[in-house]
Design a protein around this ligand. Structure first.
Ligand SMILES: C[S@@+](CC[C@H](N)C(=O)[O-])C[C@H]1O[C@@H](n2cnc3c(N)ncnc32)[C@H](O)[C@@H]1O
Length: 362
C-alpha cells in the first residue's frame, strides 16, 4: 500500500515526463496536501511519542542552551542593539528555540531585545511551536524573503538537509542527470537523462560513476542572507550533517519510523534528506559578500561553547539515572565517528564583525 502522493506522481510523470530528484523531493516533502511536512509528525507527537527521526535539540536541552550562548554572544558582537530578529529556520517542535530563550535570559537586556521569527512550512509543526513557545510573541514565515529588515541572529539545525537536491552522474559518455521515472510495475525508479547542456557542471576531476549533488535552494539561502547582511547586519549559524569535501556519492536518504527506507517507494510518508555541501554553501555566501567561518565539526563547536561544563552542571543534584541520561545524550552530540563529526557547523556573517564563538579566529 502506498499513500496518495505516489499515484499522483505516477500520473504527473505520465503527463509531463520524468522528474528531477529535486522535483521529486519538493513534492514528497512539501506537497500542500500529501507532502511529508504537510501531513506527518516527523519528530513525534506533543508528548514526543512516535516520529521518524530524532534531532539534537530533542536529545537534550543542552544543545539549545549552548546555541543560545552563541546567540547571546552574536548579539553582543552586533553591538547589543535594543531590538533584533532572533530567527530560526526549520524549528521542528520548537524545542531548540525554547532552550535558546532560556540562555538569552542570562542577560535580561538580550531576551527583551529578541523578536522571534520562525521560518516553517509545516502546519503541524507550527502548531507544536506555538504550544511550546506559549507566552512568547512569535511571527511565522514560509520563507526567508518575508523576514523584516533589522539586526538578526539566525539559527538553523537540520534545515538545509531537507531542501531539494539535483543529482548528476558521470558516465563514460559524460555527465547525466538522475531522474525519477515510472518503472514497468506501477512504481517509481531512477533513470539517467540524455546529454546535458555543455558547461552545466564544472567538475572535470570526477571519475566515472561519481555522483554530484547540487542544492540550489541552499545556495539561494546563503546568497539571500549575504545580501541581507549588507543592509541589516547579522550572524547566522547552520548545523547539519554534511561534508566540506565532495564525497562523489549520492546521499539522498529516506527515513520512516527511525529506519532507512527506499527513497522512491512511498513519497510523502517518509522524511527525505541529503548531506549538505558546506563548501558550496560557504562559497556562495562569500561570493555574495558575507564573511564565512568554518565549517567546524559539531563536537568542536559544542566543546568550545562549554558542553562538558553544562552537562556537569545539569547533572548536579539529579538522581544517578537522570544524571547518566544527561551525560549520555551530551556524549552522543560530540561522539567521534558519530554526531560529533558527521554534523558540521558554519557561520555566515556580515563583514566587519568579530569572529563568532566556537570558530577558530579567521
Ligand atoms: C529535520 S527537521 C529539523 C527540526 C529542528 N530544527 C530540530 O533540529 O529538531 C526540518 C525542519 O525544517 C522544516 N522545513 C523543511 N523544509 C522546509 C522549507 N522548505 N521551508 C521551511 N521550513 C522547512 C520542517 O518543517 C522542520 O521544522
Amino acid at each position: 500500500m502506498t499513500g496518495p502522493l505516489h499515484a499522483r506522481l505516477i500520473r504527473r510523470i505520465a503527463a509531463e515526463g520524468p522528474l528531477t530528484v529535486a522535483d521529486f523531493m519538493a513534492a514528497a516533502l512539501l506537497d500542500p496536501r500529501d507532502g511529508y511536512y504537510t501531513r506527518a509528525t516527523p519528530l513525534g507527537d506533543e508528548s514526543g511519542r512516535g516520529g521518524d527521526f530524532v534531532t539534537a535539540p530533542e536529545l537534550t536541552q543542552v544543545f539549545g542552551e549552548l546555541l543560545g550562548l552563541w546567540c547571546l554572544e552574536a548579539w553582543q558582537r552586533l553591538g547589543a542593539p535594543p531590538h533584533f530578529k532572533l530567527v530560526e529556520l526549520g524549528p521542528g517542535r520548537g524545542s531548540l528555540m525554547s532552550d535558546v530563550l532560556r540562555s538569552l535570559a542570562l542577560i535580561p537586556g538580550c531576551r527583551a531585545a529578541a523578536e522571534i521569527h520562525l521560518v516553517e512550512v509545516s502546519p503541524r509543526l507550527r502548531a507544536m511551536q506555538r504550544d511550546r513557545l506559549r507566552g512568547a510573541k512569535v511571527t511565522w514565515h514560509r520563507g526567508i524573503a518575508t523576514l523584516p529588515a533589522g539586526f538578526a541572529v539566525i539559527l538553523a539545525n537540520e534545515f538545509l538537509d531537507a531542501l531539494p537536491i539535483r543529482q548528476f552522474e558521470k558516465t563514460p559518455q559524460g555527465w547525466r542527470e538522475r531522474l525519477v521515472v515510472r518503472d514497468g510495475a506501477g512504481g517509481l525508479t531512477f533513470a539517467l537523462s540524455g546529454t546535458l547542456p555543455s558547461g552545466l557542471l564544472d567538475a572535470p576531476d570526477a571519475a566515472t560513476g561519481a555522483i554530484l549533488e547540487h542544492c540550489s535552494a541552499a545556495t539561494a539561502v546563503a546568497e539571500a542572507l549575504a545580501e541581507r547582511f549588507r543592509g541589516s547586519p547579522g550572524a547566522a549559524l547552520f548545523i547539519d550533517y554534511g561534508y566540506a569535501t565532495r564525497p562523489w556519492k549520492g546521499s539522498l536518504q529516506a527515513v520512516a519510523g527511525h529506519r532507512k527506507v527506499p527513497a522512491l517507494s512511498d513519497p510523502g510518508c517518509a522524511d527525505l534528506s541529503a548531506l549538505v555541501d558546506f563548501f558550496a554553501l560557504g562559497q556562495a555566501a562569500e561570493r555574495a559578500g558575507a564573511r564565512v567561518h568554518g565549517p567546524v565539526t559539531q563536537a568542536a563547536l559544542l566543546q568550545a561553547l562549554g558542553i562538558e561544563e553544562r552537562s556537569a552542571g545539569l547533572q548536579h543534584g539529579k538522581s544517578p539515572e537522570v544524571a547518566r541520561a544527561i551525560a549520555a545524550a551530551c556524549r552522543r552530540l560530540i561522539a567521534p565517528g558519530g554526531m560529533g563529526e558527521s554534523f558540521l557547523a558554519i557561520s555566515l556573517e556580515a563583514p566587519g564583525l568579530e569572529s563568532p564563538a566556537g570558530f577558530p579566529l579567521a
